[in-house]
Design a protein around this ligand. Sequence first.
Ligand SMILES: [Fe+2]
Length: 190
Amino acid sequence: MIEELKKIVTEKLKGHPKRLKHVLGVYETAISLAHVYNLDEEKVGIAALFHDYAKYDSLDKQIEDLDLEIIKRFVDTPVIYHAFAAARTLELYFGMTDEDVLNAIRYHVWGRIGMSDIEKVILISDSCEPNRKFDDAQYIYELALHDLDRACEYVMKASIDYLETKKLVPALEQLNAYTYYMEVNRGKIE
Ligand SMILES: [Fe+2]
């Protein structure tokens, strides 16, 4: 399935070479973290390759197959629709039923409370794959080699800080996920 998906994603993103390079970078990084944490490489690989599949679809197209409940839930943060749209496409048209894979794609933008390791690896890899130009990409990767939860907290904080520099308000779900991982890392939550 991985080779087939690489072809499908390459075709879909052929007009966006930088994005394709990013997706392939996320794939490489996610697979290397999957080795470290003994995760199912097929699942991690599928989620990595597909996470930005719907990124350049129109908003109308992105919400076309989404449940009304999801559309309403994220009406103030339409940036998240591309993630849910990609998961829905994988579910509807490629027969994917694995909730870890689907959630890793749905929540790759800002994470969620109680992520599985596969979800964490995709969230982290999206921020620190080698084509990312952030100064701290290498730091995030090294943190992830030691502790996925701490890397998640770091990535979440960086994303919230970035929004604040743009004078944008983070979504409540994003803030709640960040607070949750802060508490996990301070030993308050198992
Ligand atoms: Fe991405």
